[in-house]
Design a protein around this ligand. Structure first.
Ligand code: UDP
Ligand code: MG
Length: 315
């Protein structure tokens, strides 16, 4: 099979018929063999019924329904696990991404040997409350990862099937799949300017929480790219450094006291010095940090986030 199109969706019943008709038309025009994997991320509207109707029309449609809403990353990951095509395309369900882009994305992966081609919504039809934070995220993601993409969060992307079988998309990481892929050793990452439309039906599913989540992801991903699965290297080093400073300062205070005593001066007690307490606190913080490193190490070793989602129905 040439192409698997993975569409994560949450309450998109109005958009789906148009989307599928459009996809099918483009695929037939270019004579691609394809499947459209519609992952219903626990919709509360009639999306699942619509998917069933569409499957009766298009034999290329596959549907997977989650038991509840697990988020876009889980939906994408599930689609990745189900995909059988040589090239896997992801796109949003809301008709903001255009299926007309698929043939060129496919060609870039197949003929130019890209591992990933990411869409770039150069002319973007989203409110300013989205576009400005998005600029910040993209800039930071570029700096952190060294991947020169303008638009990490674009829903429209194409992957060589090897890439998606080698990565795990968890949390809200769908924004940073190219970074995960690069970590896994896939370095040919390209970009293509794509058309973008205004949302035709329904509403956006990401509110203000996207910024908080996006920022936390960015923090963890920058941490990951620097220290990988070795948090102890970071916390241990920082903790040891602080402990050493605290230890040396208290030793210095002690030595000073001894020196003044040897000169016959009746020096105040070590514990009378405020610096002693600062030094002590620094040592304690240092120890805490080393322990934090240890906990992080435990977590990174035992994190079996495999049970990311539960499937309710599949067609
Ligand atoms: N989506 C999803 N699960 C969620 C939220 C969103 O599968 O919990 C889907 C949504 O239906 C759409 C895509 O992810 O197909 C992008 O969402 P949306 O269009 O709301 O994001 P925006 O374009 O506003 O960034
Ligand atoms: Mg959208």
């Amino acid at each position: 099979m040439d192409i698997s199109i993975v569409v994560p969706l949450y309450n998109e019943d109005e958009s789906l018929p148009e989307l599928l008709a459009w996809i099918d038309r483009v695929m037939k025009e270019h004579q691609f063999s394809y499947e459209a994997i519609l992952v219903d991320d626990g919709s509360k509207d009639t999306s699942w019924e619509v998917i069933n109707q569409l499957q009766a029309i298009y034999s290329t449609v596959r549907g997977i329904k989650f038991r509840r809403n697990y988020g876009k990353s889980a939906a994408l990951f599930c689609g990745f696990e189900a995909a059988k095509g040589d090239v896997v395309i992801t796109m949003d369900a809301d008709l903001q991404d255009s299926p007309d882009e698929i043939p060129e994305l496919y060609r870039m992966v197949k003929e130019e040997n890209y591992d990933i081609v990411s869409g770039w919504k150069q002319k973007r039809y989203d409110p300013i409350t989205k576009t400005i934070p998005s600029k910040f995220f993209n800039r930071t993601a570029r700096a952190v990862s060294g991947i020169r993409l303008h638009d990490f969060n674009c829903g429209l992307k194409a992957y060589n099937c090897q890439v998606i079988k080698s990565i795990e998309v968890y949390g809200e990481m769908h924004r940073y799949i190219p970074i995960l892929a690069k970590e896994a050793g896939f370095t040919r990452i390209g970009e293509k300017v794509v058309q973008h439309q205004e949302r035709k039906y329904g509403v956006t599913k990401f509110g203000l929480s996207r910024f908080v989540n996006g920022f936390l992801d960015l923090l963890s991903i920058s941490f990951m790219t620097r220290f990988g699965k070795k948090p102890m290297h970071f916390f241990g080093l920082l903790g040891s450094f602080m402990f050493a400073i605290g230890f040396l300062s208290s030793a210095w205070i002690g030595v000073q006291k001894l020196v003044s005593m040897s000169h016959g001066v009746k020096a105040p007690l070590v514990t009378d010095s405020p610096y002693f307490y600062i030094a002590l606190t620094t040592m304690i913080i240092g120890t805490q940090m080393i322990l934090t490193g240890f906990v992080a190490e435990l977590v990174s070793r035992s994190s079996t986030d495999r049970n990311l989602y539960q499937i309710d129905k599949e067609i």
